[in-house]
Design a protein around this ligand. Structure first.
Ligand SMILES: [Cu+2]
Length: 458
């Protein structure tokens, strides 16, 4: 591993750095309280009623050109207007002027070159979240693309099928840039997964879950309340406030992404039905898991199948967030209509992820995430092992190919959760391991963020 790669790897551990820059993100939602303990200042109320606008599915981006081994794509980052609240228009910053951005869907083994042109008035960086990419295409926070510039990112797509997302990652601007709309899905397919009888085509639906604050004129309100993240009072799915989605009585696959700034979700169906969990950040699980309450922190993905054939035609079921008070629980509504949709099924065996085995003499590293106060800054800065992010410092030199055992601890003084993920690599992580033990996952599924100090073993 070269120095740069190690740097990026460590940088990514920077406490939700992938989603929210230093000094951010609160978890009051876990306790069921509104942000700031009351109504957010300036928070506007949507003029239309809930569930009056259909869900939008982001379009799949067509390559600009293709060769036998490679596809090239072009994306222009631009300001646009979009209807998020029913009957109102909102200024967004969008990939190709839409929010969410177009879905990039690729086949494992085919290289994708994505050229981004910045037509915004702010610096941007594109990060492919979860991608095993060359470091110069990773979207390091300081690798800014200035207004007017174009940069090409190369993604080899040599990893197993999974649901990734691309989003802005500009230093100190990540939170706001994503909030304004710079996020989209990036889905890798492979032959192993395509051979399974899982729901496909129109029955394979990405869902980007977010919460937002709006000003009375419909514009987005990015109010961080000082050093904390933003929690909104409007639930937005795929860029639509409280959408409805008409489904046939059959199985659907939903690739769910938490793209919120600072809100975790405890996902459930309002009728108590279970999700069939088939995958997480790293792709398909070895076997499906039936689960009724599904925790998902910021930037995480879960891949579920919902069987609407168990719900009477003509009725509806809501996707809800059990971590919230009732008025904020509903995210979207599924209306079951028509006749049987498809003959998709969920096989008992899904995949072989190839989990790493921990060597007996594995190097163990402990990473303590927590706040530091002062130090010349006006508020909280987030640290790992007491040190702030510094692009010129590397905290670990790991020989290429070596398997290590890393443990993450959350300092109780954080008073918040710190979702963390690796850049440039995939980890054998707790959820995947826990999927082998459904009872363990159910027991810890919701509380794993809350234990203090929270601890996640790799
Ligand atoms: Cu990332």
């Amino acid at each position: 591993m070269n120095r740069r790669k190690a740097l990026a790897l460590i940088a990514s551990g920077g406490a939700a750095a992938a989603l929210v820059p230093a000094g951010c993100s609160i978890v009051q939602g876990l306790a069921g309280n509104p942000p700031g303990g009351g109504t957010p200042p300036g928070g506007g109320k949507p003029s239309g009623s809930r569930f009056s606008v259909p869900l939008r599915i982001p379009p799949v981006l067509n390559p600009t050109s293709s060769t036998s081994a490679q596809d090239e794509y072009d994306i222009v980052q631009s300001v646009a207007s979009q209807e998020i609240l029913p009957g109102q228009t909102t200024t967004i910053w969008g990939y190709n002027g839409i929010f969410p951005g177009p879905t990039i869907r690729v086949k494992k083994g085919r290289t994708a070159v994505v050229r981004h042109t910045n037509r915004l008035s702010t610096d941007t960086v594109v990060h492919l979240h979860g991608g095993m990419t060359p470091s110069d295409s990773d979207g390091f926070p300081t690798d800014m693309v200035m207004p007017g510039q174009t940069r090409a990112y190369t993604y080899p797509n040599q990893q197993r099928a999974c649901t990734l997302w691309y989003h802005d990652h500009a230093m100190d601007q990540t939170g706001q840039n994503i909030y304004m709309g710079l996020a989209g899905f990036y889905i890798i397919d492979d032959d192993e997964e395509l051979a399974l009888p899982l729901p496909k085509g129109q029955f394979d639906v990405p869902l980007l879950l977010q919460d937002r604050l709006f000003n009375p004129d419909g514009s987005l309100l990015y109010n961080t309340f000082g050093n904390t993240g933003v929690q909104g009072d409007v639930m937005v799915v795929n860029g639509v406030a409280w959408p409805y989605f008409q489904v046939s009585p059959g199985k659907y696959r939903f690739r769910i992404l938490n793209g919120a700034n600072a809100r975790p979700f405890g996902l459930a169906l309002s009728n108590g039905s279970a999700f069939i969990l088939i995958g997480t950040d790293g792709g398909l699980l070895p076997a499906p898991v039936s689960i009724t309450n599904l925790p998902i922190a910021m930037a995480e993905r879960v891949d579920v199948v919902i069987d609407f054939s168990t719900i009477p035609v003509g009725t509806s079921v809501y996707l809800i967030n059990t971590l919230e008070q009732p008025s904020l629980q509903q995210l979207m509504r599924f209306d079951v209509t028509g006749s049987a949709a498809n003959d998709a099924s969920v096989p008992a065996q899904l995949s072989n992820p190839g989990f790493l085995t921990r060597p007996a003499n594995a190097t163990t590293r402990n990473w303590y995430l927590g706040p530091s106060f002062g130090g010349g800054h006006s508020g909280v800065m987030w640290t790992i092992n007491g040190q702030e992010f510094d692009p010129n410092r590397s905290d670990a030199s790991v020989p290429l190919g070596q398997i290590e055992f890393w443990r993450f601890f959350n300092n109780p003084a954080s008073k918040m959760l710190h979702p963390a993920h690796m850049h440039l690599a995939h980890i054998s992580k707790s959820w995947s391991g826990m999927a082998d033990h459904p009872s363990l996952m159910k027991r810890h599924g919701r509380t794993r963020w809350l234990s203090s100090p929270a601890k996640r073993s790799l």
